[in-house]
Design a protein around this ligand. Structure first.
Ligand code: TYM
Length: 364
């Protein structure tokens, strides 16, 4: 495709400048713009099977097709009080786990959010283009305020503005997330509409990209609530780094259903525990619900639960082994996050400069 590399003076929209003038004053270049994909995870707890199936699994193996940015959202993590040493450790572990899950740092840009100041800088600007009412409606804010009643801080409330900044800085086409983050991506889209409506085409409109299976992995002991890495007890949570015997034990205790039918059938309304196990098995083995029902026809949960455990053990085994190996090489991890931040900052600062100019800041 032919792109005109031309920044019109004084914030004019490049698309509204006549082609003849663009050609005269700018440079026309043939570029194949790869579509951009971006996402992040808070290092607020150890990564879980939910983080993997809902998000990371959909990131890996996209590098050929997309220009990909994935980050450790440490700035988001401190909206809830963290022990500093734990946050630091988990941020590096998360990077090792990203790589172990198949995100090759040569092909993907992997960064630590706080290493690219443009996130915080654009976050502030977007605070001023997001309405109190919009932020008040966010279910995550309501949830977290309930769980952290003694620390309902401003960051928790304006969290979606920082998340919108994370996204919009890189002008992505797609944002692969689990179901629970959809509302935040929708808010980022509203901000794009508002900002572009005032200043012209500044931000690309991002699309949430939500997997069909695994978008909401539920807690094994409480299938009405999301499997969450910040869950203190963790007995119904499968962590990416769990040992096989821990995984087997957790699935053995997983709640199924008290119905008399006791068969493997997908019905999230009346059999939420079994539906959750089926979703996990489907995502881990790339099978459909119909195939799973056929596979376990006439067999009870006593056969089904160990089969799900085995599938998850085999899914996570290579990730755990590889992550352990990578984590031991601190110099390598440092080289990855430094290179990632440098590359990311170059892109992010381009968007930030444009935004600063549009809103009327004097150029540095
Ligand atoms: P976080 O850290 O809560 O979760 C990271 C990703 O994992 C998905 N996920 C799940 N998917 C299915 N089942 C589950 N049980 C489950 N638990 C977590 C989440 O949907 C998410 O995709 N605000 C974000 C982090 C973030 C971000 C961003 C994401 C910050 N800036 C910009 C995308 C783009 C968060 O707290 O995710």
């Amino acid at each position: 495709m032919v792109y005109c590399l031309y920044m019109p003076p004084d914030g004019e929209d490049p698309h509204s400048v006549p082609a003849a003038r663009r050609e005269k004053e700018g440079t026309m270049e043939t570029l194949e713009r790869k579509k951009v994909m971006l996402s992040g995870i808070k290092p607020s707890g150890d990564l879980t099977l939910g983080s993997y199936l809902g998000a990371i699994k959909n990131w890996a193996a996209r590098a050929e097709q997309f220009d990909c940015y994935y980050f450790m959202a440490d700035a988001h993590a401190i909206t809830v009080r963290q022990k500093p040493a734990d946050l630091r450790r988990r941020t590096l572990e998360q990077l090792a786990q990203y790589i172990a899950c198949g995100l090759d740092p040569e092909q993907n840009t992997l960064l630590i959010q706080s290493h690219v100041p443009a996130h915080a800088e654009l976050g502030w600007v977007l605070n001023c283009y997001t309405m109190f009412g919009e932020l008040s409606r966010m279910t995550q804010f309501k949830d977290k305020s309930r769980k952290n009643a003694d620390n309902i801080n401003g960051g928790l409330f304006t969290y979606p503005c920082l998340m919108a900044a994370d996204i919009l800085l890189y002008q992505p086409d797609y944002v692969p997330v689990g179901e629970d983050q959809k509302q935040h991506v929708e808010l980022a889209r509203n901000i794009v509409q508002r900002f572009n409506g005032i200043y012209g085409q500044v931000f690309r409109m991002p699309e949430p990209y939500i997997p069909k299976v695994g978008a909401r992995v539920m807690d094994l002991l409480n299938p009405s609530s999301k499997m969450s890495k910040s869950d203190e007890a963790g007995a119904g949570v499968v962590y990416l780094m769990d040992r096989p015997e821990d995984i087997a034990r957790k699935f053995k205790r997983a709640v199924t259903d008290s119905d008399t039918e006791r068969c493997v059938r997908y019905d999230p309304e009346t059999k939420p525990g079994v539906a959750n196990l089926m979703s996990i098995y489907a995502a881990a083995t790339d099978r459909s619900f119909a195939q799973i029902e056929a596979e376990f026809e006439g067999q009870g949960y006593g056969v089904f639960k160990p089969a799900v455990a085995d599938a998850v053990i085999e899914l996570l085994r290579p990730i755990r082994e590889e992550a352990t190996r990578i984590l031991a090489d601190k110099a390598y991890l440092q080289s990855v996050y430094r290179a990632g931040a440098e590359k990311a900052a170059a892109i992010a600062n381009r968007t930030l400069r444009k935004v600063y100019k549009k809103v009327g800041f004097v150029e540095r």
